[in-house]
Write a protein that binds this ligand. Structure first.
Ligand code: ZN
Length: 403
């Protein structure tokens, strides 16, 4: 048995006064005790001068893409061996940052499922969607998930189910990384989108829809998806999040993953995808106004009681590198969320939404020993989330973290 102590602790929902001692036996947490707890004789003990919390859960990643420009598109064209090498590297980046579970929402050829099933020591747990459903020439068509019309959709869903995906991802609007896709419009007819949702639900799978446009958000909501990714609510006159939409999302219990958090130092206007540059110019948005508009929207989502999870959309571009989930969490803190609530979007709430509440996401006996220790007191200095000092995945330490 091992014991990990820290004078500050967050259990996935709240800070534990005075810190905690977490007891680990094999892959599991077997006890969460006070900081000064007398551990049983023979227990291997490690103390950290920092904050102990559950390993983070990034609910929106693309393991097949390494954050280089065009990386996601390249994953559709590269051979399996090359893509597998990328996945191995991006998983290591996630682990090093303290992210112990990832939900992959856009795979190429189901390659992440092998990593999920291998459950190798020290490698993050994966919740996998396989290739996202999209239309011909639609967003991320190059990942192989094109299916239009009832017959195609039934075949594609049967394949996803047969392969054993955990979740279904569908592109309900165009996307920034696919020139020619309709970023401000919708993808799929209402009937096709509803069929995807119904078939997934029949198979017991939740559906999460990509929607950058306001029309796409309404489209996804009407089809009764379980979650909306991005939720950028773009129109040709900028970002608009009408109160009726927020109320409808809240009433339906639809989860929103706003995928906020950019590494601003990596935003290079000269290397921005042309479609994205044109779109932002047309809407009169620059990175600064976009960030403040999304922060305001996050406040409104919270005020309406919408369930929010953190996810970076890791891997899609240089400002979205793997292992940067802390940026999503900090954006919520900057928007005015209490630190506990922001951290919960990347731990307990994320686990619940990923249907992993009996597996991970909290410091609780019986759950997996997925742990993160950061330096210092996270409650007073949330930016320390970017500074992992110890990471444990299913009881296996991954420290010292590799940069
Ligand atoms: Zn994505």
């Amino acid at each position: 048995m091992q014991a990990i102590r820290a004078p500050a602790a967050f259990d996935g929902e709240r800070f534990l006064e005075g810190g905690a001692t977490v007891l680990v036996d094999g892959e599991r947490i077997v006890g969460v005790e006070p900081f000064g707890f007398d551990v049983p004789h023979g227990t291997e003990e490690t103390s950290y001068d920092g904050t102990l919390l559950p390993g983070l859960i990034d609910t929106h990643v693309h393991l097949v893409a390494d954050g280089t420009p065009g990386g996601l598109e390249a994953a559709g064209a590269l051979g399996d061996d090359e893509v597998t090498t990328v996945v191995r590297r991006t998983l290591a980046q996630q682990a090093a940052s303290g992210t112990t579970t990832v939900r992959d929402l856009g795979d190429a050829r189901y390659l992440t499922l092998g990593f999920r099933d291998a459950a190798s020591p020290g490698v993050p747990r994966i919740v996998a969607s396989g290739p996202p459903f999209t239309i011909r020439d639609g967003h991320c068509h190059y990942l192989g998930g094109v299916a239009e019309g009832p017959a195609d959709i039934r075949d594609a869903m049967a394949e996803h189910v047969e392969r054993g995906v955990d979740v279904v991802k569908v592109m309900a609007s165009g996307g920034m990384l696919t020139p020619g896709s309709d970023q401000l419009g919708v993808q799929f007819t209402a009937e096709d989108l509803r069929l995807i949702v119904d078939l997934a639900h029949e198979a017991g799978l939740p559906v999460h829809a990509h929607a950058h446009s306001l029309r796409g958000a309404w489209h996804a909501l009407a089809a009764q998806v379980d979650g909306i990714e991005h939720f950028s609510c773009l129109t040709d006159t900028g970002m608009q999040t009408p109160p009726e939409l927020l109320a409808a999302v809240a009433a339906a219990g639809t989860v929103v993953c706003p995928t906020i958090g950019w590494d601003r130092s990596m935003i290079d206007p000269d290397r921005m995808p042309p479609a994205l540059r044109l779109l932002t110019e047309r809407m009169g948005l620059d990175p600064d106004s976009m960030v403040s508009a999304r922060a305001e929207q996050a406040r409104q989502l919270r005020a309406h009681g919408v369930t929010i999870v953190s996810g970076l959309d890791a891997g899609v571009s240089p400002p979205k590198a793997h292992g940067n989930l802390w940026r999503s969490v900090l954006e919520l803190v900057h928007a005015g969320f209490p630190v506990e609530e922001a951290l919960a979007t990347a731990t307990s709430v994320a686990a619940d939404v990923c249907r992993l509440s009996e597996v991970t996401g909290r410091l609780r006996a019986g759950l997996a020993a997925d742990l993160l220790v950061v330096s210092g007191d996270l409650r007073s200095e949330p930016t320390l989330l970017a500074e992992p000092v110890h990471v444990v995945i299913r009881g296996v330490p991954c420290s010292p973290p590799v940069p």
